[in-house]
Design a protein around this ligand. Structure first.
Ligand code: FAD
Length: 409
C-alpha cells in the first residue's frame, strides 16, 4: 500500500485531531491567554503555567511523542497553532524543550533517548526543561563555522567541551542541554556532533540573559562551557557512528548536510504553525474590533479599506495553514521535499504573521499601538518567526536552491 492510499486526501481533520485541537484550545483560552500580559511584562519563564500544562499532561514527553507520531502529521501543527494563539511567549516556554528532545530523538541511540529525553521534561510535580544550543555569536545562519570544541580524552573516555553558545532558548535554566560542537573543525559542519550535557555538570553556566523585542516570557540566554567534561557515551548517536561518518567525510564522500536538510524540512512546518497561531489571534481580535468600533457613524468594518485588510489577512492565514499542513503531511508520509516545501511553509507563515499583526494594529488605530490591547504584543511576538529556525532569507536560499538546482549564494 502506498502512503497516498494509507492517508487519503482530505482537509477535514479526523476526530483525534479535533479532540487535541479543542483540548489545547481550552488550555490556551483559560490558562495561557489570561497570563500573557503579566509574563510579557515580567520577562521571566512562566513556571506556574508550565506546571499547569504538566499537570494536565500537555507539557509531557508523552504528549509530544504522541503528536509527532500522529498518522496524518497534523498533531503538532494543530496543537501548536492553538497554544500560540493563546500567547507566543508562554507557548514557547512550553514547547521549547521539544527542540532539544527532537534533536536527541531524531539521531540519538535508543539508550540516549530513553535516559535523557524524559529528564528534559521532568515530572508533573517537578517540571524540568531542555535546551538546544547550536548558535554562537559568530555562527548563526552559518552553522558550519561553529567554534565550540569537543575534544575526546581517550584515557578517561570523556569529551571535554569549551566554547560560548548564544540565543539558547532555556539556556542555563534547563536540566539537560544539547550542545553542538566541532570535533574536527577542518571538516566544517561534517566534523560537528551534538553532545548531551547532564544536569549540574560543572563548567556549564548561563551567560547573559537577553532582553527581547517579543516572546519575552521565553528565556533566551548565552551558555558558557568551560572544560565541561561528559562521559564518552554522551555524543548523540554514539561514537562509533560518528567515527564512521568522519571516515566517510575524509574519503571525500559527499553526504554533507543531506540528512540535516531533510530534518529541517520536517521540523519547519511546526514553526510555521506557531506563527499561524499568533496571526490568527491578531486577525480575530481585529475582526471583532472592526465590527464594533464606529467612526463617521458607521462600523469601521463597513469601510472597504478596513474590510479589504481583513479579507487579505484571512486569505493569507488560510493559505499559510494549507502550506503548513501540506508540509507536515509530507513529512509524516515520508515524501521528499523536492521544492523545500517545509521551508516554504515556514517562510509563508512567518511573513504572514508579521504582516497580519501589523495590519491588526492599523485596524485598531491608536488603541492598537498601546499595551492596553494585545495586538501590540502579538506584533512584537510575530517577528521572531522570520528569524529563528532559519531566517526568511535562509528559507528563500533553500527554496531557491531546491527549485533551480543552482548553488545560489
Ligand atoms: C529568541 C531567539 C531564540 C533562539 N533560540 C535558539 C535556540 O534555542 N537554539 C539555537 O541554537 N539558536 C537559537 N536562536 C538563534 C537563531 O536560530 C539565530 O538567531 C538565527 O539562526 C540567525 O542567526 P544570527 O542571529 O546570527 O543572524 P545572522 O546569521 O548574522 O544573519 C543576519 C542577517 O543576514 C542574513 N543572512 C545571513 N546569511 C545569509 C545568506 N547566506 N544569504 C542571505 N542573507 C543572509 C540573515 O537572513 C539576517 O537577515 C534563537 C534566536 C532568538 C532571537
Amino acid at each position: 500500500m502506498t502512503s497516498a492510499e494509507a492517508a487519503p486526501f482530505s482537509l477535514e481533520p479526523g476526530e483525534d485531531i479535533r479532540q487535541v485541537r479543542d483540548w489545547v484550545h481550552e488550555f490556551a483560552r483559560d490558562v495561557v491567554r489570561p497570563a500573557a500580559e503579566e509574563w510579557d511584562e515580567r520577562e521571566e519563564t512562566p513556571w506556574p503555567i508550565i506546571q499547569e500544562a504538566a499537570k494536565i499532561g500537555l507539557y509531557s514527553l508523552d504528549f509530544f511523542a504522541t503528536q509527532w507520531l500522529e498518522p496524518t502529521g497534523l498533531g503538532i501543527p494543530v496543537a501548536f497553532e492553538e497554544l500560540f494563539w493563546g500567547d507566543a511567549g508562554i507557548a514557547l516556554s512550553i514547547v521549547g524543550t521539544g527542540l532539544a528532545a527532537a534533536s536527541v530523538a531524531a539521531t540519538g541511540t535508543p539508550e540516549q533517548v530513553g535516559e535523557w529525553v524524559p529528564q528534559m521534561f521532568g515530572t508533573a510535580d517537578e517540571v524540568k526543561l531542555g535546551a538546544f544550543c547550536a548558535s554562537e555569536p559568530d555562527a548563526g545562519s552559518d552553522v558550519g563555522s561553529i567554534r565550540t570544541r569537543a575534544v575526546y580524552d581517550e584515557a578517561k573516555d570523556e569529551w571535554v567541551l569549551n566554547g560560548t553558545k548564544t540565543w539558547a532558548t532555556n539556556g542555563g535554566i534547563a536540566n539537560v542541554h544539547v550542545v553542538v560542537a566541532s570535533v574536527y573543525p577542518e571538516l566544517g559542519s561534517r566534523g560537528q556532533a551534538s553532545f548531551i550535557v547532564p544536569p549540574d555538570t560543572p563548567g556549564l553556566r548561563q551567560g547573559q540573559k537577553f532582553r527581547k523585542h517579543g516572546i519575552r516570557a521565553s528565556h533566551t540566554a548565552e551558555v558558557i562551557l568551560e572544560d565541561v567534561r561528559i562521559p564518552g557515551r554522551l555524543i548523540v548517536g554514539g561514537k562509533e557512528r560518528f567515527d564512521e561518518r568522519i571516515a566517510r567525510a575524509r574519503e571525500g564522500k559527499r553526504t554533507k548536510g543531506q540528512a540535516a536538510l531533510k530534518t529541517f524540512e520536517t521540523t519547519r512546518p511546526a514553526v510555521g504553525a506557531m506563527a499561524l497561531g499568533v496571526a490568527r489571534a491578531a486577525y480575530e481580535y481585529a475582526l471583532q474590533y472592526a465590527c464594533e468600533r464606529e467612526q463617521f457613524g458607521k462600523k469601521i468594518g463597513e469601510f472597504q479599506a478596513i474590510a479589504f485588510k481583513l479579507a487579505d489577512m484571512k486569505t493569507r492565514i488560510d493559505a499559510a495553514r494549507l502550506m503548513v499542513w501540506r508540509a507536515a503531511w509530507m513529512a509524516r508520509a515520508g515524501h521528499d521535499f523536492a521544492n523545500a516545501e517545509g521551508s516554504m511553509a515556514k517562510l509563508m507563515a512567518s511573513e504572514t504573521a508579521v504582516h497580519v499583526t501589523e495590519e491588526a494594529i492599523q485596524i485598531l488605530g491608536g488603541n492598537g499601538y498601546t499595551r492596553e490591547y494585545p495586538v501590540e504584543r502579538m506584533h512584537r511576538d510575530s517577528k521572531i518567526f522570520t528569524i529563528f529556525e532559519g531566517t526568511s532569507e535562509i528559507q528563500r536560499l533553500v527554496i531557491g536552491r531546491a527549485v533551480t538546482g543552482l548553488p545560489i549564494r
